[in-house]
Ligand binder design. Structure first.
Ligand code: SF4
Length: 115
């Protein structure tokens, strides 16, 4: 099986061709080793950083931006987004505050300060 991917590790965006045969991945088109790692990971266990927003209940029309502390398995994104959507917090919030702890191995952390 062959898959054509664009490496998203850096802005160069190399066009990758990943061939999976007999349990082995071969990556072509990468200009550096990071592209090989990305291609293999994307075809075997894809992960993503998730960014979103959480409602601040004690401020009118205010949301705080959040992100996962590390990439999480792509298959779990919808569940994580659902949990984030159903979460409300109270200000004050500092950048780096943990909003939700340990979702699939990642914390949801604030990326904006609300005083
Ligand atoms: S393969 Fe290397 S140079 Fe090409 S996009 Fe990926 S990280 Fe950038």
């Amino acid at each position: 099986m062959k898959r054509n991917l664009t490496c998203i590790v850096c802005p160069r965006g190399c066009a990758l061709e990943v061939e999976i045969s007999e349990g082995k991945c071969t990556v072509k088109g990468n200009a550096c080793p990071k592209g090989e790692t990305y291609g293999i990971d994307e075809c075997t266990s894809p992960t993503r950083m998730v960014t979103s927003i959480v409602r601040v209940s004690n401020r009118e029309d205010t949301m705080v931006s959040v992100k996962t502390s590390c990439p999480i398995p792509k298959d779990n994104i919808f569940d994580i987004m659902s949990k984030i959507r159903n979460t409300e917090i109270e200000a004050p919030v500092k950048i780096g505050d943990i909003i939700i702890e340990d979702l699939y191995g990642a914390d949801i952390i604030a990326t904006k300060e609300i005083v």
